[in-house]
Design a protein. Structure first.
Ligand SMILES: [Zn+2]
Length: 241
């Protein structure tokens, strides 16, 4: 094997490891995004439970207000009844009776509203309990998912460390000049920097390589570049041939 062919093999190997590092990096980002999304969902569900608890508190408060209003009215009725015993005129008597009747009517309205509020309170209490139970279940499944994600992320990070070591070891076998050239090309192109040429077509940009260059490639006597995309190219027989 010519030295250039050997160098290209090393570059392709380094590039393969770099692709694996990139993929592992994407996985790590995806896992951390997933963990953030889980946290957000927990926060959203907690907010829903809090909102329902606040609704319940408001209902109870409004019930207590109605209750004290009704108590005051009941006391007023008692007082008015006492006054009835001491009235002198019929007119006064009628007027107090009317007063009592008005307060009774008012209180009956308040009591209806209290009954409605009691129903609302019971229904809200059920909702709070349901939502709390759901949240508890969600917390549990979230914790399990997050533990799983953390374990997976840990494994990916270890894999990246191993791959980086591997890259250093493989790169060490290459000519330092070749590595410098590779780094230069990498800065200029997106994606792969070293690509094969199959049936005179650059696999980086899918353009045709001039016949002269295609023949020279097969000699493996120096590093050559695609005239279109400037990637490092090497000759590779078509697999199907
Ligand atoms: Zn090309």
């Amino acid at each position: 094997m010519s030295n250039i062919q050997e160098q290209i093999n090393i570059l392709v190997e380094v590039q393969g490891v770099e692709v694996e590092i990139l993929q592992a990096g994407r996985l790590i980002i995806a896992m951390s995004d997933e963990a953030v999304a889980l946290e957000q969902e927990v926060a959203e569900r907690e907010a829903l439970v809090t909102a329902e608890r606040e609704t319940l508190d408001d209902l109870k408060k409004s019930y207590r207000e109605l209750e004290s209003e009704s108590k005051i009215n009941a006391e007023m009725i008692v007082k008015s009844n006492e006054k009835l015993r001491n009235v002198k005129t019929n007119k006064e008597y009628q007027s107090i009776l009317k007063e009592i009747e008005d307060i009774r009517k008012k209180n009956s309205g308040i009591e209806d509203r209290m009954l409605d509020q009691l129903e609302n309170i019971e229904s809200s209490e059920r909702t709070v309990k349901e939502k709390e139970a759901q949240l508890g279940g969600f917390f549990q499944s979230c914790r399990e998912k997050k533990e799983m994600l953390a374990a997976k992320e840990q494994r990916e990070r270890q894999a990246v460390d191993t791959l980086n070591e591997k890259k250093v070891q493989i790169s060490a076998k290459a000519d330092p000049t070749t590595i410098t050239i590779l780094d230069d090309v990498k800065k200029k192109v997106r994606g792969l920097a070293v690509v094969p040429v199959q049936q005179a077509i650059c696999m980086g940009c899918h353009m045709n390589i001039p016949a002269q260059l295609f023949n020279e490639l097969q000699r493996f006597d120096e590093l050559r570049f695609c005239p279109h995309c400037h990637r490092i190219i090497y000759w590779k027989e078509n697999d199907s041939e």
